[in-house]
Design a protein around this ligand. Structure first.
Ligand code: CTP
Ligand code: CA
Length: 229
């Protein structure tokens, strides 16, 4: 046990956590963003470090300070997040995708600010799909024993959607959050169910994001391959 009496069950492990929202630029002054605060991912990074892990935190837009004792890489777009996560994941024991990755980006980036045209309505914005980083990590089993964890934010049929998403994405664990006006986004609390490919379903009662983070690491630690290095 470490100084704070926490289990050091992630000692010798490298874990990668992505957090916060990505921003997809339209022009030099505008972007498409989302409401992710980054709090859940930051809580995951802090708790993993407290349990002995070497932590790489790939952070999208957030107002949170860099956690102590964690390697933080700040990124903007989903493309940049993908590059940083895949690079850090090369020697990782676990990758947790808590980031809210933009599903779409503007098809064209205007290098100059888009201006109003007298008497004209604006051009519609065409969107294209971003690569699915979680699916890519899950499909890449070249490094056996690397555990992949996804997050899902759902509004209706939360469990059914979560189970379908776990199967579709191919990750090992999926944290399913119900989102609504007052849930998850921006709040310091969270409520979730953690689904595992072995059929285990772990409910996490409404509480601090730190508590959810600790429950997730409780599920991750025994599933890691081999001894820590
Ligand atoms: N994710 C990702 N790359 C993307 C989109 C999402 O890696 N381009 C990851 C997120 O970090 C999260 C998980 O996929 O861990 C699920 O995100 P979610 O938005 O709930 O799922 P999607 O497959 O994008 O489905 P939906 O159409 O419901 O948004
Ligand atoms: Ca999505």
């Amino acid at each position: 046990r470490g100084a704070k009496g926490l289990p050091q069950d992630l000692a010798g492990r490298h874990v990668v956590v992505s957090a916060g929202g990505t921003r997809e630029p339209l022009d030099p002054v505008r972007y498409l963003g989302n409401r992710s605060s980054g709090k859940q991912g930051y809580a995951l990074a802090r708790t993993a470090a407290a349990r002995g892990a070497r932590v790489t935190l790939v952070a999208g837009n957030t107002e949170l300070p860099d956690p102590a004792g964690v390697d933080v890489i700040h990124i903007g777009t989903a493309g940049q997040l993908r590059e940083s996560v895949l690079k850090a994941a090369a020697d990782a024991d676990a990758v947790v995708m808590a980031a809210a990755v933009a599903d779409f980006r503007p098809a064209v980036y205007a290098p100059g600010k888009i201006k109003k045209q007298e008497g004209q309505e604006p051009e519609p914005v065409t969107l294209v799909r971003n690569p699915d980083i979680l699916a890519e990590l899950s499909a890449d089993r070249a490094r056996p024993g690397r555990l992949v964890v996804g997050f899902a934010a759902e509004t209706d049929d939360v469990l059914a959607n979560g189970r379908a998403k776990l199967a579709r994405k191919g990750c090992d664990l999926l944290v399913v959050n119900e989102v609504g006006e007052h849930k998850a986004f921006g709040s310091a609390e969270n409520e979730a169910v953690i689904l595992a490919t072995d059929g285990t379903e772990t409910p996490v009662p409404y509480g601090p994001k730190e508590a959810l983070a600790d429950t997730l690491w409780d599920l991750v630690a025994p599933r890691l391959a081999g001894p820590g290095r």
